[in-house]
Write a protein that binds this ligand. Structure first.
Ligand SMILES: [Zn+2]
Length: 256
C-alpha cells in the first residue's frame, strides 16, 4: 500500500513540476546615443545605469544559447535571476556606444542582423566591425531576415508563389548569408517589426531556426511556441522603475 502511494505521489509531483513553465526576460535594444534622437534610441548613460542596476540587484546576463538550452530542457538550471540582452538591426552605435559597456561588464549580447544593410547602409556596421565584436566572445550574430521587409505588406502584394519564394529568401537566404559571412551556424531569428503568423512560424522552423523572437512584451517561456518567444523592447521612455518591472515580471503580470 505504502509503495503504491509513494509511486502515486511521485507521479503527481513529476506532473506538477513539468507543467511549470520556465521563464526568462529577454531585452531588445536598437540604437544608443549620447542624446536621444528618436524613440528607438536609448541614451548610452541610461543603458549603463541599467547594466549597473542588474549587477547590483543580483541579475546575471546569460547568453541566448543558454536561454535556449534551458527553455528547451537541455540545461537544467540557470543563475537565479537570468536576463538576456539582444540588439536588432546592426546600427553603428552598437559598435561605438554599446560595445565599450558590454566589454566593461563582460556580458553576452546577441545581435540580430539583416545582411543587406551590413557594409552597405550608412547607419549600419560593416562585416569587419561585426567580426571584431564577435572576436571579443561577448557578441554573437544571429538573423533578422535578409532585408528587413514587412511580411504583411508583401503577402498582400505578391502572388502565392512569389510570396513563398520571398519568404524563403528572407528566412533561409539570410541564415545562409550570415553563416557564410560570420563563419558559424545561425540558429535564431528575430521577427522584423514583430510581424509573424502561423505560416511564417512554420517556415522559420523549416528553414532550420531553433528559436525565433517577437516583440510581444512577455518573458520567453517554455510553454510558448519556440518560434514566437516574447521580448521587451527597451526605449528612452523607460525609467529604471519600468526597467525593473520588465525584468522582474511585474509588467508581464500586469498586462496579461
Ligand atoms: Zn528590426
Amino acid at each position: 500500500m505504502f509503495h503504491f502511494l509513494s509511486i502515486f505521489l511521485l507521479l503527481v509531483s513529476t506532473l506538477l513540476f513539468s507543467s511549470e513553465s520556465k521563464k526568462i526576460p529577454i531585452l531588445t535594444y536598437h540604437r544608443f546615443g549620447v542624446e536621444v534622437s528618436d524613440s528607438m534610441t536609448i541614451k548610452t548613460a541610461s543603458f549603463a545605469s541599467q547594466l549597473e542596476w542588474l549587477k547590483l540587484n543580483g541579475y546575471t546576463v546569460i547568453s541566448l544559447e543558454n536561454a535556449y538550452a534551458y527553455l528547451h530542457g537541455e540545461l537544467k538550471s540557470l543563475p537565479t535571476k537570468p536576463v538576456v540582452i539582444t540588439v536588432d538591426d546592426g546600427h553603428k552605435s552598437v559598435y561605438t556606444q554599446m560595445a565599450p559597456l558590454v566589454k566593461k561588464y563582460a556580458i553576452p549580447v546577441t545581435l540580430f542582423i539583416y545582411p543587406s544593410a551590413i557594409s552597405n547602409a550608412s547607419y549600419a556596421m560593416s562585416w569587419e566591425e561585426l567580426k571584431e565584436l564577435e572576436a571579443t566572445k561577448l557578441f554573437h550574430v544571429e538573423s533578422h531576415t535578409y532585408w528587413h521587409p514587412n511580411f504583411k505588406r508583401e503577402k498582400k502584394k505578391l502572388s502565392h508563389e512569389e510570396y513563398a519564394k520571398f519568404v524563403d529568401k528572407q528566412l533561409r537566404g539570410a541564415k545562409e548569408k550570415l553563416e557564410e559571412k560570420m563563419g558559424h551556424e545561425v540558429k535564431y531569428l528575430a521577427w522584423v517589426f514583430g510581424i509573424y503568423d502561423d505560416e511564417l512560424l512554420d517556415k522559420a522552423k523549416k528553414a532550420g531556426y531553433k528559436m525565433a523572437f517577437t516583440i510581444d512584451r512577455k518573458h520567453a517561456s517554455s510553454s510558448d511556441n519556440m518560434m514566437a518567444q516574447g521580448r521587451y523592447m527597451v526605449v528612452s521612455k523607460h525609467d529604471i522603475k519600468a526597467f525593473e518591472n520588465m525584468v522582474n515580471g511585474k509588467e508581464e503580470k500586469n498586462t496579461h
